[in-house]
Design a protein around this ligand. Structure first.
Ligand SMILES: Cc1cc2nc3c(=O)[nH]c(=O)nc-3n(C[C@H](O)[C@H](O)[C@H](O)COP(=O)(O)OP(=O)(O)OC[C@H]3O[C@@H](n4cnc5c(N)ncnc54)[C@H](O)[C@@H]3O)c2cc1C
Length: 260
């Protein structure tokens, strides 16, 4: 009997560059040994590395433009202390090897929504797929009306802020960039004069101010699962149809198990 063995979809790659934003946040550039695979902005790669002889694999959204495959994939990663993979990844740097699968995923822009205003809501590294979308749209010369709300604990965690501020200040820009820090009283945020509060709290005023209306807009939400669940609920309460709210959870929502 002929037994068909599925072709392995895992392939080898090299970290070509790493740059650190903080001690727990870093950008990695990863180049496959073979030609990089085409992807749709918003998709993720599964990155693998041997940890004590065992291959550990985790998903990471591609942050770079889908039109710039020659520049290697950019990933934006948070170190999770005690995590299975990220402590090992944060010991790695340019020249180190990883395995990849994908890119894949369905957290992508829909062609049929091209004329709708877009609301992007991210916490932390959840900005990564939105950077890929924005960069790809720019490379394609397309300007969708987009309001990007990015929540972080500390202002120095506002990755890509310089680019986003520049793009939103361009004369013909249709991008509104709304950064917000959730711990304004923390000394690490001293000097921050921008928006404050968790994204869940500032969502309603941002939608009102920037005319993100439920009957015409489409929303994409990415990051920590408590936030995506709350934002989905808030958007549904504002009248958004379920099919116009797309969400990507970066880890599973912790279920609260009732005590005995
Ligand atoms: C589709 C998809 C795309 C993703 N893209 C990114 C990305 O672009 N950048 C990125 O940094 N991560 C991303 N993640 C999360 C990533 O896959 C890992 O879960 C994360 O890096 C932790 O891996 P770990 O092995 O170090 O920790 P694990 O051992 O897997 O995690 C331990 C626990 O830490 C918690 N946890 C996981 N991630 C975080 C976090 N970021 N902050 C706080 N607590 C966390 C969870 O409760 C988890 O159970 C994505 C996840 C998915 C599903």
């Amino acid at each position: 009997m002929l037994v068909r063995v599925a072709a392995p979809d895992r392939y080898d790659a090299t970290i070509t560059a790493r740059s650190d934003l903080t001690e727990a946040l870093a950008f990695f550039r990863v180049r496959p040994d073979d030609a990089p695979r085409a992807f749709v902005a918003g998709q993720y790669l599964t990155v693998g590395r041997l940890v004590q002889g065992r291959l550990v694999q985790r998903a990471y959204s591609v942050a770079s433009s889908a039109r710039r495959l020659d520049e290697a994939y950019e990933l934006y990663i948070r170190l999770v202390p005690g995590g299975a993979l990220t402590p090992e990844l944060f010991r790695a740097g340019a020249g180190d090897r990883v395995s990849l699968r994908g890119p894949k995923g369905r957290f992508t822009l829909r062609a049929e929504d091209a004329e709708r205003p877009h609301l992007f809501v991210a916490t932390g590294c959840g900005i990564a797929p939105f950077m890929s979308m924005l960069r790809t749209l720019r490379d394609d010369g397309i300007r969708r009306r987009i309001v990007l709300l990015h929540g972080v604990s500390y202002a120095r965690e506002l990755a890509y802020r310089t680019d986003l501020e520049r793009w939103s200040a361009e004369p013909e820009s249709r991008l509104v960039y709304v950064p917000t820090v959730s711990r304004p009283a923390d000394p690490r945020n001293a000097g921050w004069t921008g928006g404050t509060g968790r994204v869940e709290r500032v969502l309603a005023p941002v939608c009102d101010r920037h005319r993100i209306d439920a009957d015409e807009a489409v929303a994409y939400v990415c990051g920590n699962p408590e936030m995506t669940a709350s934002v989905r609920e808030l958007l549904r309460a504002r009248g958004f149809a379920a099919e116009r709210v797309h969400a990507e959870d970066y880890w599973p929502l912790r279920r609260v198990v009732p005590g005995p």
